[in-house]
Design a protein around this ligand. Structure first.
Ligand SMILES: [Zn+2]
Length: 266
């Protein structure tokens, strides 16, 4: 059976969860609050389950691996640029001759335009990771907020570097139907990941390396970060990345940025 296309799935899920929510309200006002609770929970569950499953492709396609016949992986680095980490990360990438995609935050690009320009000048890809990275609330973004977060980040990338964003990664990998619709409208390919060391909010170098290396495969998309954390020394991200690139090389992997992903049917 051919699955329904994403716009239809987005619409059907919204109609179904909206109907459940409306039924809950009617039931509550007609004097049956205990019967309204399961209906309200059902409405929330229908809408939120695909939103809060990381990299879930129910509301729209999400690329979690890329096709390759070579022993290569795609290194992606999120949440920068940050002057306390990104320059050293770029130095390490240059030392290893590795290329990466930086899913950058638009407001940080405007704070450190020289770093965004350096990322592009050194042959890396600079892509959209929202303007404000509202990780605690973006799952609940409505259509206009979703559209604005993506648009303003792409504009920051273009105005600072002249590069056009063609890819998007959702903060924490959570995306509701409005975020998927905004990415599709703006012709941004939605990129997930297949390996991560969970280093966004805590950074234990050994644990990061072990987790990534345990799941790495040819065509895998590796998620790292170049944001600063209070517990990190300025070269903390770069040191861990250095270790990761040594391990990848030892196991025969090259880091490359796949081209023409937008042409893939995902
Ligand atoms: Zn992020």
């Amino acid at each position: 059976m051919i699955p329904a296309p994403p716009p239809l799935r987005r619409a059907a899920t919204q109609v179904f969860s909206g109907t459940l929510a409306a039924s809950a309200l009617v039931t509550a006002y007609t004097g049956l609050p205990s019967a309204a609770i399961p209906l309200a929970l059902g409405a929330a569950g229908v809408f939120l389950t695909p939103t809060l499953l990381k990299n879930c492709a129910w509301y729209g396609p999400v690329l979690k691996t890329f096709p390759t016949s070579d022993r290569e992986v795609w290194l992606t680095i999120d949440d920068g640029p940050d002057p306390r980490q990104t320059p050293y990360v770029l130095d390490v990438l240059a030392k290893h001759g590795a290329k990466a995609t930086f899913f950058a935050i638009g407001s940080k690009i405007l704070q450190s335009p020289e770093l965004a320009q350096r990322i592009v000048a050194e042959g890396h890809s600079l892509q959209n990771h929202t303007f404000l990275h509202p990780e605690r609330s973006f799952w609940a973004a409505g259509p206009s907020r979703a559209r604005k977060e993506l648009e303003t980040c792409s504009r920051a990338i273009f105005q600072t570097t002249g590069a056009t964003a063609t890819q998007f990664r959702a903060p924490v990998g959570f995306a509701n139907p409005f975020v998927h619709a905004a990415a599709a409208e703006q012709k941004l390919t939605f990129i997930g990941w297949s390996s991560t060391g969970y280093d966004g909010v805590a950074h234990n170098p050994e644990a990061v390396l072990e987790k990534i290396m345990a799941s790495v495969r040819p065509g895998g998309i590796i998620l790292c970060h170049d944001s600063h954390l209070g517990s990190l020394v300025p070269k903390g991200r770069a040191n861990t990345l250095d270790g990761l690139l040594v391990r990848l090389k030892f196991e025969g992997y090259e880091c490359s940025v796949p081209l023409n992903l937008e042409a893939l049917s995902i």
